[in-house]
Design a protein around this ligand. Structure first.
Ligand SMILES: [Zn+2]
Length: 244
């Protein structure tokens, strides 16, 4: 084999690897700045993806109220259209709503037109339910694209939100496993606070089972609160919006 072809394919593989890392690694800013942690170690930003979910979200709202916790929900536009009353209630109870695209599309694989449509339709769904479009978005699967920053800005979005703690909670599981994974949240030896990704919904359909998330938070919310932590939305967690 021609050694140059080996070199060329190794180079292509490396370039593809970097592109993929840039698309999904929470710490990567290859495709623009993102919010990845809160401004203080005592501020925890709980974020919930893939809702609204009538089977779980109402329970979660009651639990969060019990601990005066405000959270951020990244919503799927097509589900928002199915339960606008629940979305209105989430907003009325002090939580921040964010854009998680219309159909939970992998934006890395979308054209500019596709990204625009995914963002704009979700913005419109949330605005129709609550009276205003969201200012923050989280890309499904964490997959970004070089086109995302420009299209997000165009849709009126101030910042792309990633995370510092992900918990593999998107499949039904015994709560104990999730409780153990959450044990590293709000450790005192860090300069910043955690942005935690959890799921109140299942992007494939309404009604997904996320009882393990509710149970794990029933365990941790009082403990985090008693340790002096505050539960904040992304709006206050980020300080100022991350410029796109
Ligand atoms: Zn998602």
């Amino acid at each position: 084999m021609n050694p140059w072809s080996i070199f060329a394919s190794a180079g292509a593989a490396a370039a593809a690897g970097i592109a993929a890392w840039g698309a999904v690694a929470p710490s990567s800013e290859l495709y623009g700045p993102t919010v990845r942690h809160t401004i203080s170690p005592k501020k925890i930003a709980l974020t919930f993806d893939d809702g609204p979910n009538p089977a779980v979200t109402p329970q979660l709202l009651d639990l969060l109220d019990r601990y005066s916790a405000r959270a951020t929900f990244f919503l799927i536009g097509k589900f928002v259209r199915e339960c606008p009353g629940l979305v209105r209630e989430m907003s009325a109870r002090g939580h921040l709503l964010g854009n998680h695209t219309e159909t939970h599309a992998n934006l890395f694989l979308q054209s500019r037109v596709g990204i625009r449509s995914e963002l704009e339709r979700c913005q419109a769904a949330i605005a129709a339910a609550t009276g205003g479009p969201p200012r923050w978005m989280r890309p499904p699967y964490g997959y970004r694209s070089p086109l995302l920053g420009g299209e997000a800005r165009r849709a009126g979005i101030a910042g792309v939100v990633m995370w510092s703690k992900i918990c593999w909670d998107w499949k039904p599981q015994p709560p104990q496993r999730l409780i153990e994974r959450l044990a590293s949240v709000a450790r005192a030896d860090r300069p910043h606070g955690d942005i935690v990704v959890l799921h109140d919904g299942d992007h494939r359909a309404l009604g997904g089972d996320r009882q393990h998330v509710v149970a794990a938070l029933e365990h941790w919310l009082p403990r985090w609160r008693d340790a002096g932590n505050e539960f904040v939305t992304i709006e206050s967690a980020a300080g100022s919006p991350a410029g796109l």
